[in-house]
Design a binder for this molecule. Sequence first.
Ligand code: ADP
Ligand code: MG
Length: 604
Amino acid sequence: MSDIIQLLPDHVANQIAAGEVVQRPASVVKELLENAIDAGANNIKLLLKDAGKTLIQVIDNGKGMSATDARMSFERHATSKIKKAEDLFNLCTKGFRGEALASIAAIAHVELKTKQENEELGTCIKIEGSKIINQDFVSTSKGTSLAVKNLFYNIPARRNFLKSDTVETRHIIDEFQRVALAHPSISFLLHHNNNEVYHLKSSNLRKRIVSIFGAKMNEKLVPINEQTDILSIEGFVAKPEFSKRKRGEQFFFVNDRFIKSSYLNHAVVNAFDGLLEQGAHPSYFLYLSVPANTIDINIHPTKTEIKFDNEKALYAMLRATVKHSLGQYNVAPVLDFSRDANLDTPYHFNKNTTTATTPKITVDPNFNPFKQETEKPISNSFNTPKKTESWEALYTSTAFDVEEKQEVLFDTSQEVKTQKTFQIQRKYLLSSIKSGAVLINQSLAHQRILYEEFLESITVKEANSQQLLFPVKISFSSSEIEMIYTIKTELENAGFSFDEFTKDSVTIKGIPLSVTESKITIVLEELLNNIDLEVPDASFSHFDIMAKSFAKTLSIKTGTQLSEKEQETLVNDLFSCKEPSISPFGKSTFKTLTLKEIDNLFNS
Ligand code: ADP
Ligand code: MG
């Protein structure tokens, strides 16, 4: 038999390698930011369009590349950072694999502009799917600009796999924060769809943390400082009373590289022993420096886990240092009885205080700070429902009200007793309509229904509320309490009623009809989380996020068996919505199949 093994062509090999290096836009961001830092830049700009799906561009003022190096940089295993195997044990750069640019160029449209200090002209190279399209001289400033457009344009499966812009943006911001926290002396700029998200000036560590996490952070920080022969530890932990219910702000850096380590995390948590409430997570920003030859950063492909030679000693030292600092800063005694408890309450919450009633506001439910205006905004007045053409056009061209809508829509010629809908795989509902059939995604449809319900009760009318037999006290971190307090009136409109606010808890005595008692905590936690994710500045109304968040948390999920009656209600409620065809997050809630399309299935 003839030989069958052959070497893969480079562009195929690169594409395969890319799968490991580039999972999502955030991976590209990480690689490019790290290259800029390795190039010695002290000013780095990150420009994004559409959560990086359309554009990721990093512009640095680092040392730039010669024309030959610029070309070489896109070759696989091409790196200036190590020369021989031993160098792997003494890394002082972020990169060393020489894979990133080759991988990125295999799966995107890339444009590189780079110039070294003393050169008159720089180099511009354009690459698409590993192929060099163009190389030219260009007049540009010292440093490098790398623009990555249309990520995964040639791997549709990967592109489709990307999450919503909000989620992808969150991942990018996480990477950006990690890099920015590791290098406070470098100034960073982040623009998304031409909006400035961060403008971080060169500063010290404490100021960098505060400029990323807000001025409130300043008072929470307890400094940590310890030098020994094998380790130096610097940074901050947040005072225990500011611990979080979610592991949000936990950062370890080892030799200026962000790492994850459940082992070291354990050491820190252990140092807080007895100071944290159950289920609370301390915030920390800890910078460890160890000799480069005592760590191995090579064991994980995305390089956030590393191996230490001397793990046990590090653990003990870290724990002792954090414990010592907590004690020194007098945060160890949590309860201080000599204090006036009233002063501890951040708000003068008083039931007799008359709070202003919310004005009847209408919102743009499609508003998304990161999205360009491509979709048609949903009708935003509940009093004067505007007919939206999208789905109605499927059934009729004239305007009609809700009951008519359903009559026109559904095939009422069927016997009353016959079942009108069928559930498929506990995920979809199939129903016969005049023009053919409609397939409805039960979970997305329910999200739409709940969303409109909540939006209406929050913005317009009195909500349906149920009083709890026994008020429920829920603890939150004080920043979360602060957020709940800020949106208290909106929450009340939605059907919540509150009894008492303290520094770290809230007592709830009434909840919206569609919320069950067991879900109160999760509904509120998800809401705070979503507000955190969606609103970079708090100036924007919370109504829409609130309605979306509740809708998502409370909607019927895929896998839920629905009775005939429930199916019918769901279908009826969906088509009574103002915008039945899309979920609050922009996904289609149903698809129609015309009789002709069904016929065609059988004619081919
Ligand atoms: P690695 O960073 O692992 O070396 P990359 O593929 O990320 O691999 O980059 C390849 C090479 O291209 C780097 O070693 C460096 O010499 C060069 N390079 C990449 N980005 C920049 C930049 N922003 N400025 C200067 N040189 C760069
Ligand atoms: Mg690199």
